[in-house]
Design a protein around this ligand. Structure first.
Ligand code: F6P
Length: 343
């Protein structure tokens, strides 16, 4: 068999571990070869590919952040318009099945290809952990570790200067990184997109801390957080070419509002792509490797139109359809538990 793989969307620690898992499994269990398309879907459209061998190089990429194949986003219209080219390129390269590694948008693309006759297996990827079909996506644990380490460091400097420090973390539609890093880092308030925030309540929580003699505060803000309607004006981001609203710095907006209302010294740290770069944690290396192994096996067993997923301790196969059905949001009960630790 000849497999192809590609990585699409934002990069994520563990992508290379998935690629390594696919190549080694294909080679050692089935004697198959693997091709990697470069820079996401565009590499498939332009037939830009490399052969991936089960060699020392592939072995060495386990620890490496990013993706050796490069990644990118392609507008769905351009992608769909290229169906014939994609099919021809796969045929010409002798590809029997494609393993698409990506987030919600990529898996939707993979589902569409599958509906149009391409043999596809999906691997869910995103630091946001928002793919509903799986308990965890690789990259999430690394992002939470990076954010927690940053929060740990911010505690001591905030305390020394009697400051409120805001930490803005990634999370466009969901607040999993904020929720976990906030709890692990002992933040005094955490704001997530699923639960519109009331600035007056945040201010009250900070005031209470200062009245109780604690002269500093740490607030974790997910980049996609929004205020409760009618509570404050946060402006609107613009839409990019993919229809994503660009962020306008919610961490800083909250910082300015607290400063205006309470007069405290408030500063903001935006963690941004630091959360996405660098070597994956041990947990993410293991999860990503297992995804790679199981995706390669699924392809060889002809289990197409599927996606690998973690359920409890097991890696299972779910339909691509269910993998893209909806975003996995933070449930209200989880946020309520987190709230108990605020203040
Ligand atoms: O989906 C993963 C993610 O890291 C989001 O948390 C973030 O909003 C987005 O990607 C940023 O992506 P980029 O900087 O590549 O546009």
């Amino acid at each position: 068999m000849r497999l192809a793989t590609l990585t699409c969307g934002g990069d994520c620690p563990g992508l290379n571990a998935v690629i390594r898992g696919i190549v080694r499994t294909a080679s050692s269990e089935y004697g198959s070869t693997v091709v990697g398309y470069l820079d996401g879907w565009s590499g498939l459209l332009k037939d830009r590919r490399i052969d991936l061998y089960d060699d020392a190089f592939i072995d060495s990429i386990l620890l490496r952040g990013g993706t050796i194949l490069g990644t990118g986003r392609l507008h769905p219209d351009k992608f769909k318009a290229g169906l014939d080219t994609i099919k021809r390129n796969l045929d010409d390269a002798g590809i029997d099945a494609l393993i698409a590694i990506g987030g919600e948008g990529t898996l939707k693309g993979a589902k569409w290809l599958s509906d149009n006759g391409v043999h596809v297996v999906g691997v869910p990827k995103t630091i946001d952990n928002d793919v509903a079909a799986t308990d965890y996506t690789f990259g999430f644990d690394t992002a939470v570790s990076v954010a927690t380490d940053a929060i740990d460091r911010l505690h001591t400097t905030a305390e020394s200067h009697n400051r409120i420090l805001i930490v803005e973390v990634m999370g466009r539609h969901v607040g999993w990184i904020a929720l976990h890093a906030g709890m692990a880092g002992g933040a005094h308030y955490t704001v997530i997109p699923e639960e519109p925030f009331d600035i007056a309540e945040i201010c009250k929580a900070m005031e209470r801390r200062f009245q109780m003699g604690e002269k500093y505060g740490i607030i974790v803000v997910a980049e996609g957080a929004v205020p409760k309607e009618g509570t404050m004006d946060a402006g609107l981001g613009e839409e990019d070419e993919f229809g994503h609203v660009t962020f306008n710095g919610m961490g800083q907006i909250i910082a300015d509002e607290i400063k205006n209302r309470l007069g405290y010294d408030v500063r903001t740290t935006v963690l941004g792509h630091i959360q996405r770069g660098g070597t994956p944690t041990a947990y993410d290396r293991v999860l990503a490797t297992r995804y790679g192994i199981n995706a390669a096996r699924a392809a060889h067993e002809g289990k197409f139109d599927t996606c690998v997923a973690l359920h409890g301790e097991d890696i299972e196969l779910v339909s691509l359809e269910s993998a893209v059905a909806h975003l996995k949001q933070v449930p209200e009960s989880r946020y309520r538990s987190a709230r108990t630790m605020f203040g």
